[in-house]
Design a protein around this ligand. Sequence first.
Ligand SMILES: Nc1ncnc2c1ncn2[C@@H]1O[C@H](COP(=O)(O)OP(=O)(O)OP(=O)(O)O)[C@@H](O)[C@H]1O
Ligand code: SF4
Ligand SMILES: [Mg+2]
Length: 391
Amino acid sequence: MTIPSNPSAQPQPGIQPGPSEAALAATPDVAAATGGARVASGIAAAKPPSREEVLKVENLTVGFPTDDGLVKAVRGVSYTVHEREVLGIVGESGSGKSVSSMAIMGLLPKNARISGTIRYRGEDILKMSKKAQRSLRGRRIGMIFQDPMTALNPVYTIGDQLAEAVLSHETVSRKQALARAEEMLALVGIPQPKQRLRAYPHEFSGGMRQRAMIAMAVINNPDVIIADEPTTALDVTVQAQILETLLDVKDQVNSAIILITHDLGVVAGTVHRVLVMYAGRPVELGETDEVFYRPRMPYTAGLLGSIPALDTASGEKLRPIKGTPPSLITLPPGCPFAPRCPLVTDICDDEEPELASTDGLEHWAACHHWTRLAEAEDPTKFFRAESEVRR
Ligand SMILES: Nc1ncnc2c1ncn2[C@@H]1O[C@H](COP(=O)(O)OP(=O)(O)OP(=O)(O)O)[C@@H](O)[C@H]1O
Ligand code: SF4
Ligand SMILES: [Mg+2]
């Protein structure tokens, strides 16, 4: 499929910067400090991203009309993904991570109200015909879902499903498609791939099914893989193996990855840059070690403080963020994090902060008081004393 290029949209402050030289060679070792899945070689061993933009999301908003009012699920999300880059999207349940990625895949329900642009190599996906969207999906943009059992059809063999993924986009023989399927199963580390082609999904373990999903996502050599919570259902050891496989495979097919997770421990060591979402908006964006070591948005600091530390010798307790995210139907006028934030002041109740640059290179945060985090020795400690929260 040839995709004509489009004139580029107006630049958005805070969103355009690609990975810096530091990120291109980044070796964040934060995974070692967290209880999340640890990837042995990790992103440091992966091929570095280029500066070529493959996907550019600008001011994406998604609302769902309901009997109770409009659910503002995504409220102005912008980011760019570069060739071979791994971008992590992190946030609590309901923050709009899946809805924004479903918009990219053209998989939102018909009643969804969508605005903004999603450009794949310059062309706005939202303006493409349904046919063109279908062709893009699975061919140029692959998707890995959290639960492979909902994505794999239980009544067809793994081989049939992988071959079908090829045949729906290419005019090749079934034999050639099956040969590709076997090659992909081998690539994702499934032993005896030829025999395994004849297996049904229920005959695979959870980890193997997720490997099969990775094979399905990459079988047509996509430019971008969207992996939505790909390891949540797996135990930590298998999580790490799957993430490692994902990074290896990404290098084989030269694709970028958007890795969606609620677990900061998963993105550590696995992604080049992190986008943190809260109540449908990006609240922090930066290179992985910038965001982990120098958070500039209290929500991120709270998430970091609630990761179980590998080193428990300090005897410190976990500090979960108290409270719950706001209703997306009746959002407060100011910062949506205000009711849970230890740094809240009156301005926070009146004005929702924009994503703006901070003191770090290509590091952006949406907080009126990010400088207070910059001054703190340990920003996560703001969440320690409940008494510090104003209400
Ligand atoms: N079809 C729909 N109709 C109404 N509201 C919806 C619909 N789909 C999603 N939402 C709402 O949009 C918000 C964002 O949902 P989304 O699935 O993107 O969250 P998420 O960040 O992926 O969370 P999780 O970590 O639980 O997967 C949620 O409040 C959700 O209830
Ligand atoms: S703007 Fe205010 S309430 Fe929102 S995160 Fe920053 S300090 Fe907290
Ligand atoms: Mg989700």
